[in-house]
Design a protein around this ligand. Sequence first.
Ligand code: AMP
Length: 472
Amino acid sequence: MVKYRSMFHDIHEECGIFGIYGHPEAANLTYLGLYALQHRGQEGAGICSSDGRQLFVEKSMGLVADVFSEKRLRRLPGSLAIGHNRYSTAGSSVLKNVQPIVANFSLGSLAIAHNGNLVSAADLRTSLEEEGAIFQSSSDSEVIVHLIAHSKGADFYERVAHAISRISGSFSLLILREKELLAIRDSYGVRPLSLGMKDGAYVIASETCAFDLIGATYIRDIEPGEILIINEQGLESLKIFSSHRKAFCVFEFIYFSRPDSNIFGGINVNEMRKQFGRQLARESVTDADLVIPVPDSGVPAAIGFSEESKIPFDFGLIRNHYVGRTFIEPKHSIRHFGVKIKLNPVRKLLEGKRLIVIDDSIVRGTTSKKIVKMLREGGGAKEVHLKISSPPTIGPCFYGIDTPTRSELIASTHLLEEIRKYVTADSLSYLSIEGLKKIVPDSHNYCTACFDCNYPISFPGERLKQMEFLFR
Ligand code: AMP
């Protein structure tokens, strides 16, 4: 996966989380859940379990399957567990940033697993440090732990509510204590979070594909602004934050979530991507012989495009799925190696053809440029018409998708024709923002800031003041 560095923070929380309450195989099922959510983060993984008396934690850098052995999973007893897959920008000693973060405080122990990005983290961190807090990591998420520990609420739930009221940004959050599990979603509902059931045990996951793997049934989403408490008394839902405006991340549909997941109220990601492709075909018809996707994320949209345009679909680029992080790229000997190691054109299929190539997005434009070149040189394509199943990416994301700074986003600094020239395609078209909004149900409930710079969550200061006012 391509990685970007944003101007806002060093560390990003573009992650997958999973939790389970009341199952004798809690850690094993969490391991499987994280396995299904691997696409949401590959830097590190961790599980924290509870046997009702104390918390146990195991975490390391690396992929879920590498981090956990049977032996390691046996060190995680109990019927409660939470897990986390981390996606972060590279850093020297990042093990300390791998979650769940476990801490002891006056009311016992707690562990948290966080997916999202706190826009107010830097300010809060400074003020907490001034109050004497000592941070172990550079992760935004540790701010939440300190806020809970420093909060003066009457009981744990009040403390959590108060801590949550002080943070702004996107957060789908799991908190594990000795005897209970809490699931929390910010009032905008930026990142997905679903509740399910397995053998009478409650499960929570970033995406429903994790439920499918463990054979859990989907119940509902955690509501925006909800704190869901799961303990011996059953489920209790606190709705302390009114959800004035929802801001589900539309990029979860475009790129980030898995196509077999149903998110944001049960909408299937694959179906959405196919619809984007159909809409793109309605908006920009080009005479061509073949529609091919840039695998994997371009596949559903290319199928939709082909169905709508009646131009045949085929796999003209084959992806090697076994390219790992440890792969060492030769420096000068082979040009464009980065994309070549991942994708290879099927020359017998492409030679002499006029191609429509579908990808889900262009960020800096470097991938597209290499793909177009590869299709012409390696594939022998006669024409390459690049079509993108999302609008031009013009705004960096401050809510958890790892995009580069605005100046590095090619569409924010270049006109369509300039981008076409840069990627050397015969033609280039994007899905229109109107087209995107037509396809997404209740699109007013979505954050589309990456396409229109309309940021729904205000930046440090404003919202904090607003929340402090609410809790005075
Ligand atoms: P670029 O070469 O910078 O234009 O990157 C475009 C490619 O990156 C597309 O093929 C996308 O599927 C993929 N992509 C888009 N957003 C992200 C992201 N946040 N993280 C990783 N890859 C992405």
